[in-house]
Design a protein around this ligand. Structure first.
Ligand SMILES: Nc1ncnc2c1ncn2[C@@H]1O[C@H](COP(=O)(O)OP(=O)(O)OP(=O)(O)O)[C@@H](O)[C@H]1O
Ligand SMILES: [Mg+2]
Length: 317
C-alpha cells in the first residue's frame, strides 16, 4: 500500500522544486561570464592604484602602461589593437603587470574566459609542428575575438617563440578594419620576454655607478639600447619578424632590475598575501640569502628579481 501525501504537501514540494530551479537559473545567469559591461569594465583608478602601490621599482613601466592602457580603453574607435611588448630581467614583474591589467579590465581577471595566456615552451614546444600551431592559433584568436572583441592575448616567452608563428599573428595586430569579417581593433596583445634584459641592466647599472637615482632613468635612456639588442639578437624571435619594422608594437616597456629594497617590499607584500602579519625581520633574513649582482661587497640587483620570494619565504616564516 502506498502512502498518499496530502495535496497541500504536494503543492509545497512542487513549489519548492520550482524555487530551486529558479535559484539555479538565477545563479548561472549571474555567474556566467558574458562579453558585456557587467564583466568587462575598465577601472582607471584601480589600474593607477595597483601600479603605484603593488608594483615596486618600475616607474617607467607603470607610467607607460597606465598611459597606453587608459588611452586605448577610453578610445571609442581605436584604429588598431593595443600591442604592448614587455621586456626585462627575470622576476621583475612582467607577468604580474599583465595580471594587474587583466584585473582592472575583466571582473574575473586572469581567470576570465576572455583572457588567453600562451607560453611558448608549453603551448608551442616542437618546431616540427609549427604549421599545426599556426592553424590552431589562428582559429583560437579568430574564434575568441568573434565571441568577444574585447579579448586579451598574452604571449609569454616571446623570445622562445618560433619567428614564423610570430609572423602569422601579424595581421591581427595591424590597422585592418576587419579580417574575414572580424575586427581585432578592440583586442589587447601583450608580449613578454627577457629579450633586451641585459641592456636594461646595463643602463640601470650605469645610473647606479654615477650615483644617480634610478627614478631619473627615462624611457629614452633605455629605448635605444633596447631596440638595438632586440633587433640585433639573432636568438630573439622578435628580431626575425616585421613586427618592429611595421610599427605594430605600440609600446616597448622596459622592466628595470630590482634592488635589495624592492625585494624587501616584495617580501612584505607576499607575507600579507599569505595571510601573515608582515614581519621585516623575517623578510630581511630571506632577502639576505638571495643572490645579487655584486659590486665589491655591495648587493646591487637581485638575480631572480622577486620571483622566488613566494616559495623562499615559507622557509623563514
Ligand atoms: N616589480 C615588482 N613589484 C611587485 N612584485 C613583483 C615585482 N616583480 C615581481 N614581483 C613578484 O614576483 C612574482 C614573479 O614575478 P613575474 O612572474 O611577474 O616575473 P617576470 O618578470 O614575468 O619574470 P620572468 O621573466 O622570469 O617570466 C610576481 O607574481 C610578484 O608577486
Ligand atoms: Mg614571466
Amino acid at each position: 500500500m502506498t502512502a498518499r501525501m496530502p495535496p497541500q504537501v504536494t503543492l509545497l514540494l512542487v513549489g519548492a522544486g520550482f524555487a530551486a530551479l529558479g535559484a539555479t537559473y538565477w545563479h548561472f545567469y549571474w555567474k556566467k561570464e558574458v562579453c558585456n559591461a557587467n564583466w568587462i569594465n575598465f577601472n582607471k583608478t584601480g589600474l593607477k592604484h595597483d601600479l603605484k602601490k603593488k608594483l615596486f621599482g618600475q616607474h617607467i613601466a607603470a607610467k607607460v602602461i597606465l598611459k597606453a592602457v587608459t588611452g586605448f580603453m577610453e578610445s571609442k574607435n581605436p584604429k588598431k589593437p593595443l600591442v604592448l611588448s614587455l621586456h626585462g630581467w627575470t622576476g621583475t614583474g612582467k607577468n604580474f603587470v599583465s595580471q594587474i591589467i587583466a584585473e582592472n579590465i575583466y571582473k574575473k581577471g586572469m581567470t576570465s574566459s576572455f583572457v588567453h595566456l600562451f607560453t611558448a615552451t608549453s603551448h608551442f614546444p616542437h618546431e616540427s609542428h609549427i604549421n599545426e600551431y599556426k592553424t590552431q592559433l589562428h582559429k583560437w584568436i579568430r574564434g575568441n575575438v568573434s565571441i568577444c572583441p574585447r579579448s586579451m592575448f598574452i604571449f609569454d616567452e616571446m623570445d622562445k617563440m618560433h619567428p614564423e608563428l610570430i609572423n602569422s599573428i601579424k595581421p591581427y595586430l595591424d590597422f585592418y578594419n576587419n579580417l574575414d569579417g572580424v575586427s581585432y581593433r578592440q583586442s589587447i596583445f601583450i608580449f613578454l620576454s627577457n629579450a633586451g634584459g641585459e641592456s636594461i641592466v646595463q643602463v640601470a647599472l650605469h645610473f647606479w655607478e654615477l650615483g644617480r637615482d634610478r627614478r631619473e632613468i627615462q624611457l629614452k635612456d633605455i629605448e635605444m639600447a633596447l631596440s638595438l639588442s632586440v633587433f640585433n639578437n639573432k636568438n630573439s624571435g622578435l628580431w626575425h619578424t616585421s613586427l618592429i619594422d611595421k610599427n605594430l608594437v605600440d609600446y616597448f616597456v622596459p622592466f628595470l632590475p630590482l634592488e635589495y629594497r624592492h625585494v624587501i617590499h616584495c617580501g612584505l607584500a607576499e607575507m600579507a598575501r599569505k595571510g601573515h602579519f608582515p614581519n621585516k625581520n623575517v623578510v630581511v633574513r630571506m632577502a639576505r640569502d638571495l643572490n645579487y649582482f655584486l659590486k665589491g661587497y655591495m648587493r646591487i640587483f637581485s638575480m631572480q628579481g622577486c620571483k622566488i620570494i613566494s616559495s623562499r619565504l615559507d622557509f623563514y616564516i
